[in-house]
Ligand binder design. Structure first.
Ligand SMILES: [Zn+2]
Length: 325
């Protein structure tokens, strides 16, 4: 039985390829080119609703980042190429435009889900977002796409609860800090630890009103499908069921894959399918299964593309129907 691809909106914009940290930089345009080429080869591309997002309005980016920081990113692109964080977060002439459209994709995705135009949305974007802090670029990230999307869903649609599940192999420090004091967004991260950026210990559980609404699941290097699926089943899914979010956002990095060059986890392509199924199953009972999935890391090009395919297939498959394996 063919998959109902039309239920999924896939956001992509050519400007994402114009953010150019350099081909030897792991976070380079080849990542997205490979995803697109792969989906075309598999004859999935033409079945998807592919849409180009508009740039986000600054007022929404300002809900998560200081205006002076946003201006400094724009400025830096005029003087590009520049390194923003003393390390590996590079901007070039069009990076600001790419980052505006990346946030734009997430906001458009929230609109689609909450106006019932799609059952799930995948944002194939770069630069990624989950390390970006309130006033600081970090770890290849400029603006925190997922955090801004969550804030937008709460403010624009008066939602009460948003759950962000971050399964990128690195801890989503920026997203955690955005909502550390808040019960409106439950932030859950599963990641290799110790690893960059160093945060994400188990005892980081939130503060004040946010106490209990942050959950970190640090895993030692070498963990794989068994550890991930067990954590999903025993810890994450029960939290999702208990919290009953109006919207679930996945900060979908695929760098826990066994072949990824930036980390040491052993997750298989199929595990991304299984994790997606588990989350979708839980959300079906809560909001009808609507999920906004936002690309973060994933640096082995072929396996990134494969993993994205598995993730997308699980996002659209009908209940009880098992495709592939
Ligand atoms: Zn990562």
């Amino acid at each position: 039985m063919p998959l109902p691809w039309r239920k999924l909106i896939f956001y992509y914009h050519p400007v994402f390829l114009e953010h150019l940290p350099g081909l030897r930089h792991p976070e380079n345009p080849e990542r997205l080119k490979m995803i697109v080429r792969h989906l075309q080869e598999k004859n999935i591309w033409e079945q998807l609703q592919v849409a180009a997002p508009p740039p986000a309005e600054l007022k929404w980016i300002e809900t998560n980042h200081s205006p002076s920081y946003i201006r400094s990113v724009e400025e830096a692109c005029r003087r590009a190429p520049l390194i923003l964080d003393g390390g590996d977060t590079v901007v070039t002439a069009r990076s600001y435009e790419a980052a505006l459209h990346a946030v734009g994709a997430c906001l458009a995705g929230v609109d689609d889900l909450l106006n019932n135009r799609a059952s799930s949305v995948f944002c194939a974007l770069r630069p990624p977002g989950h390390h970006a802090e309130h006033a600081e670029a970090m770890g290849f990230c400029l603006f925190n796409n997922s955090a801004i999307a969550a804030r937008y869903a709460l403010d624009r649609y008066s939602l009460q609860r948003v759950f962000i599940l971050d399964w990128d192999v690195h801890h989503g420090n920026g997203t955690q800090n955005s909502f550390y004091d808040s019960a409106e967004v439950y932030f859950c991260s599963i990641h290799e630890w110790p690893l960059y950026p160093g945060s994400g210990a188990r005892d980081e559980r939130g503060r004040g009103l946010g106490k209990g609404y942050t959950l970190n699941i640090p895993l030692l290097a070498g963990g794989g499908d068994e550890e991930y699926l067990e954590a999903l089943r025993d810890q994450i899914i029960p939290e999702i069921r208990h919290y009953r979010p109006d919207l679930l956002i996945i900060s979908a990095g695929f760098d826990a894959h066994e072949d990824d060059p930036l980390a040491q986890m052993q997750v298989s392509t199929n595990c991304y399918r299984e994790m997606t199924r588990l989350v979708r199953q839980a959300m079906r009972e809560i909001n009808g299964g609507k999920i906004l999935s936002v690309l973060e890391g994933g640096y082995h090009h072929h396996n990134l593309a494969d993993s994205v395919q598995a993730h997308l297939e699980a996002l659209v498959e009908e209940e009880g129907v098992v495709h592939g394996a």
